[in-house]
Every structure is written in structure tokens, then in C-alpha cells.
Design a protein around this ligand. Sequence first.
Ligand SMILES: [Zn+2]
Length: 312
Amino acid sequence: MGRILGVDIGGTNTKIGIVKGSGEIELDDQIPTRAAEGPEALGTRIREWVDEHSKDYPGIDSAGFGCAGLLDGASGYLYVSPNLPGWRDLALAGLFERALSLPVVIENDVNCHAYGEYRMGAGRGTQNFICIALGTGVGGGIIINGELYRGSSGVAGEVGHTVVKAGGPPCSCGGNGCLEALIGAAAIVDRAVIALARNGDSILSGIDTLTAKDISHAAARGDAVALEVLAETGRFLGIEFSNLVHIFDPEMIAVAGGVAGAGEFIMGPAREAFKEHATHPVQERVRIVVAELGNKASFIGAALLAMERHAL
Ligand SMILES: [Zn+2]
């Protein structure tokens, strides 16, 4: 089995690594994305990175890219990306293929994340697995019978835009009460601001520009307002678990991303809410865990998806 280049294009930085066919990371690095310079410029800099390492790591035979946004993984076409202003309506896979002289696969970054966790992280050994990534946005990736489920148009797994509170707060998608509008990082901060207006007796009261991280830190210090905000976050997440489990019947759901760093402050209430909402046989079987690979999951998953496509 050869080597594969794995790339995860972020708004600020692009993670880049060399992955063995077995999924092990051989090299792990990052370069600035500089999205404003355009995809060709990034392709050139990735090519330079590969050339720089080609003596020590020869034999790279394909490349997998993860990228946030609406894209068609089958054709490698990017419609629009929230993180990459100006990158729209691009045949991105072809563009990177020309830059790298390698076959390229492009897939939604959360799908890559889920696939990386499925193959090399928390989901190892399962066949039916869901990964939910909590951060600025809320996304998901679904593995069914060992394969990434893309749906009919490539956008399956957009769990952030499933509704968990009818009539809830407005969402960036134009809807209301979506999971992302309730537990995305900005939504967590919004709920904390509302909670602080009711009860100012909190470490958080003294902070000018509140972030989700501040709320996690305050919870770790026993702050009641922060703990309640995160518990509520968990309860919304638990409702989503129940919805997903009743549709997909996975063996495991893993929660990844920055907000998942709040760990049991969110996961404990999430498991409880899940038990309240899920039917009896389902709730006992499914394992609900925190993901294992952190921000390396996406480039590993992208690389392994490229290897599989290329091997066909
Ligand atoms: Zn939405």
C-alpha cells in the first residue's frame, strides 16, 4: 500500500499530512490557507510542500482533500464554502489534480472527519457509525455498513440543520430551531448572555466578549450559570441523538469538535436526555462517546477516502 496525501482546508490554516494506506500518520503539518489568494495559489504551495518532503516520503499516489461547504464529492465540484470567501462554483478536484499531478478526491470536511474517526478513532470496529462535530457550526457524517453515506446529492449528514426545537431561535440556513441554532458556539454564548441577564452571580459576568471556551472554563470551576448553559446544550444534543438513532440505528455516536472539549458537562446531560427520548432497546445498545482523533481526523479521513476511490 502506498502513501496518500491528506489535506484539510480550513479558513485560516490548512492541515496537511502524509498517511499510510493503513491509516497511520507519517507526517503531520500545517500551512496558511490564504484563501484570498485563490485555490491555484494554495495548490502551488501544497505542491511545494510535497516536493520538499518527497525525498523522505516518496511514492505518494493520491490525495484526499476535506473542505467545508456545499460540494459534490463524486465530481469534486465546490459550490460554495463558508470558510473560503470567493471560492465558489469551482471544479476544485481537477484544479488540485493539475497542481499536484495526482488523482484527487474532495469531500465535505465533516464527512472526512467522520470517516477518519470511523477508520482510525472512536469508531474502529463498528459498521454503522455517526460522528457529530460541534464548533462554530454543527455538522455530521454518517457511515452505513462501512461506507460513508452521502445521500442523493452529497449533503447527507447535515445534522446541524435538523430541527430539535420547533419555533426555536433563527438559524443561518434561514430556518428556526435547528440544532446549530441551539448548540453552535455562537448559540451557546447567546444562551449564556440570556442566562446572565437573569442571574449575574457568575464568573462569566466579568467577561467582555464571551466565548464558548470561557463557558467551559467557568463550568470546570463549578460556575452554576455555565454548568446550566452546558447542561442545556447537552439536552438538545441528546434529543438529536435520539432522532438519529431511531433513523439510522448506529452502533456508536461520537461527538467531536471544539465544543466537545467541554466533555462530561455536555455529554452527561446529553446521555440523560437521550435515554428520556429513545425507546428502550435502542438506548441500551448504542454507545455515545467523545471522538478520539481531534483535528487530525479530517485529513486522515480524506486520505483514506482518496485511497479507496483510487483503488477501485
Ligand atoms: Zn439551520
